[in-house]
Design a protein around this ligand. Structure first.
Ligand SMILES: Nc1ncnc2c1ncn2[C@@H]1O[C@H](COP(=O)(O)OP(=O)(O)OP(=O)(O)O)[C@@H](O)[C@H]1O
Ligand SMILES: [Mg+2]
Length: 469
């Protein structure tokens, strides 16, 4: 289970109302957790609800084509497993009762519902859905072994360089121990999430849950609730006791991503858990013991955060028992081409064509720094596979940054040469065209001129015309 932004479908024909609801949600402080799509008509709402997997639908009942229960039923029947919260201008008790009986999670009246009520309605609706799913998940537990196998297919780790082979070795060693905390450090896109998954699925916890909590995506005030859960009555909204993600992960692994962003107030609570393996729900009086491995990851330098008093030193040492450092791709260049080829095969399998990287691409890929690391290679190869259509992958299909870097590595003009401006221009254009295999669109982008201007310059400078692409 991942904590990601909630996908909300907001159905309201009145743009001003929709904006107000959007703002209300954003103002609630939980805004970062919401990803809102709007629909104005019943037709759009039904189409959206049918095509995408929304976590929740906020539904106005009076739309241009329909009103009242008809609206509710059409949307509800399109996506029966998605909770619907009615949010309408009609303050009508009978209608509210009808809607709730028919399956609405809540009925709120616009103008009366403040951000607090709205967020609470959403949380309750999701909580109910989660509980229903949990019941389903328990049934599925016995099948989780098969599921784990399936997930592992996505866990292919490419390692050609010496330093990444060491990382793989470390993953195997760490997987043997099943209680030790692990700290994974590395720049963005170096594979921290992948490594955390790999540790879990190689360990004897693999048949239990792997739960990812992104500390930077969850507002500080919600993190404790999400991690530890709460007892009924712990705060105004706590109408029911709720299990936190730690408890749900019992037996498995919790992956605390972006641990460097964890709030200072939350850190001692995590430390206490790591030391005693027990925790308390918010508002709870008894210690709950669970069996978990914690893997934490960060792309920030925790030591610096400690020296700036933004991360607790005791927690740092507690997490640091086993450290896996993922080197940036520029420091393990031997992985670049195997990764690129691997990603091409993953995309081509969906397109049904066998593609190769043309030899001209190799120095370009090797000469680039890859600040976005493996993720950047993955995205570049996805793009190139699409752009190249039925051809092999040529330099022109690579992202502009790569081509620019490649050009920058060879000087434009021989400094000793005595050239006119026109000659310099001519040489430069020829060089750029050669880099992109004569592709004029790609060349004009790099040169910062329009295709038309390039065409004209080619004529004026008398550059032999390569095939017109
Ligand atoms: N060695 C590898 N072999 C194959 N795929 C990899 C490898 N390393 C990373 N990937 C893939 O690259 C992408 C980025 O990796 P991942 O999300 O694990 O990085 P991250 O370090 O967690 O990044 P961030 O800091 O941005 O969260 C993922 O799709 C992952 O599967
Ligand atoms: Mg990650």
């Amino acid at each position: 289970m991942k904590i990601e932004a909630l996908n909300i479908l907001l159905v309201d024909d009145n743009p001003a109302d929709a904006r107000l609801i959007r703002e209300t949600l954003t103002d609630s402080g939980a805004g970062a957790l919401f990803n809102i799509t709007e629909a104005r008509t019943l037709k759009q709402a039904v189409k959206e609800a049918a095509s995408a997997n929304y976590d929740i639908i906020l539904l106005d009942l009076t739309l241009p084509e329909t009103s009242g229960m008809d609206t509710f039923l059409k949307v509800y029947e399109t996506a029966p497993s998605t909770p619907v919260v009615v949010l309408t201008g009609l303050d009508d008790e009978t209608m509210a009762a009808k809607a709730v009986r028919a399956g609405a999670q809540d009925y709120l009246v616009k103008g009366q519902a403040d951000s607090h009520m709205l967020v609470r309605a959403i949380r309750f609706a999701l909580e109910r859905k989660r509980r229903t799913e949990e019941r389903g998940a328990r049934k599925l537990r016995s099948e989780s072994m098969a599921h784990a196998q399936e997930e592992r297919a996505d866990l292919r780790m490419i390692s050609a360089s010496k330093s990444f082979k060491e990382v793989e070795e470390m993953v195997r060693t760490v997987a043997q121990t099943s209680n030790t905390s692990v700290l994974i450090q590395g720049e963005t896109g170096t594979g921290k999430g992948l490594v955390a998954n790999a540790i879990h699925f190689a360990s004897n916890r693999r048949t239990h849950p792997f739960i990812e909590i992104n500390c930077s995506a969850i507002p500080d005030t919600l993190l404790e609730t999400e991690m530890f859960g709460y007892e009924k009555g712990a705060f105004t909204d706590a109408k029911q006791t709720k299990k936190g993600l730690f408890e749900l992960a019992d037996g498995g692994t919790v992956f605390l991503d972006e641990i460097g962003d964890m709030d200072m107030r939350m850190q001692p609570k995590l430390l206490k858990f790591l030391e005693s393996r027990t925790f308390r729900k918010i508002g709870g009086t008894k210690d709950i013991k669970i069996d978990l491995r914690v893997i934490a990851a960060t792309n920030r330098d925790l030591e610096t955060l400690v020296s700036e008093s933004r991360f607790r030193e005791d927690l740092y040492y507690r997490l640091k028992v086993m450290v896996i450092n993922l080197p940036p791709l520029r420091e393990r260049k031997d992985d670049i081409l195997p990764l690129a080829r691997y990603f091409i095969t993953t995309y081509e399998s969906s397109l049904g064509v066998v593609k190769k990287l043309s030899p001209d691409c190799l120095p370009i890929l090797m000469g680039y720094d890859w600040p976005g690391n493996v993720r950047e290679v993955k995205n570049a190869m996805e793009r190139a596979t699409i752009l190249s259509g039925s051809d092999d992958i040529l330099p022109a299909h690579l992202p502009e940054e790569l081509l620019r870097t490649s050009l920058a590595q060879t000087p434009v003009v021989d400094p000793s040469a005595d050239m006119t401006l026109k000659e310099v221009e001519r040489e430069h254009i020829k060089r750029v065209l050669a880099t992109v295999n004569g592709n004029k669109s790609a060349a004009s982008k790099i040169l910062g001129i329009s295709r038309l201007t390039l065409r004209k310059k080619l004529q004026d400078l008398d550059v032999p015309d390569v095939n017109d692409t």
